[in-house]
Design a protein around this ligand. Sequence first.
Ligand SMILES: [Zn+2]
Length: 405
Amino acid sequence: MMLLDRGTLGPSWQVERDRLAPVKVSLVGGPVSRLDCAWDERVEVRPGFVNAHTHLYSGLASFGMPAPKTQPANFVEILQRVWWRLDRALDEQTLRASARYAIADALLSGCTTLVDHHESPGFIDGSLDVLADAAQSLGVRLAVGYGATERNGGADEARRGLLECERFLKENRRSLVRGMVALHASFTVSDETIRAAGELAWERTAPMHVHVAEDVADVEDAKQRGYEGPLERLLHLEALPPGSVVAHGVHLDVSQVERADGAGVWLVQNPRSNEGNRVGYPSALKASAHVAVGTDGWPAQMETEFAALRRLGHAHGDETQVLEARIATSQDLASSLFKVHLGEVAAGAPADVTVGVPGERPRHVLVSGRRVVADGKLVTGDLEELRARAHEAAPALWRRMEALP
Ligand SMILES: [Zn+2]
């Protein structure tokens, strides 16, 4: 039995299996592992953060990823020269090192749920198991799908991506992991692939995870194909069941955001990524109450992401209340994916909590009742070893990346 002892700051909580419960008097004196949650009056027990859109495959980027030979001039060139080269160079070993390091860093930062969008074109079959095993063993909640695309190997590549989603949805039994169906983005897939992805999602009652209107290039492509835009294309081809996750929406207008809301899909804003890629600010997202926050592959240091959200939001005229609601909505998005009520420290709620002084790294982190960070240190893995593995794996990855045509 674990006791989250708040002392005079109260209320204290006990952890019963994976849930929080009020402290029972009868337990006093029993075998209790007591967690000090009141060493400073500023200490709070809070719900763990949710990162509603990320890419664990880019976890090695901070280990010396070389700059592209020629500076990308626009968003599509950033993808072509950086991220689409990195993902092609990944193999099982580098993906594992990347994911394990990124997950450890997320947990140490108090992020307890990740919604991952995965692509590794050179290692598709079995790739979701690598991510899922890393999540389950290190102890983070993970929703994950393989982003099917035709950009490297045409229809066959897309078919293999969707097969990986299907296989994973059928086989995954990990308590902390949920499968999704995913597409890279409208502009790298045919109507046939979108339709097949939609059929799979509906058939398995799984949500879709896809990038939409991140850059104007995605909108122009959909128009050239005869659609009003990428959102309309995905909706027309029945690929966005309710509960799906649509990342970005930077180039959606108010009526399109209302259309997404009407379809029951979640939108995810990624402030640092949008700023870094210079794709614009998603002003129309204010038309939906279902907007969450993600890092799009940046480290899952959510308080830093929220600071960027506030800074950029205010600069573009968004109200504080609207921006703060997105942080809470991220918990609702995660609750819908995992079918549990996340985001509250309350009796009966899952014990996904952080204990610490707001603004600092948490001292303790629990996910589904399991202690994953204790006294600021990772419990479920050896951080130094994870870092060493990442250092070891990265140079080979950069060599393969640079050798690609
Ligand atoms: Zn993304």
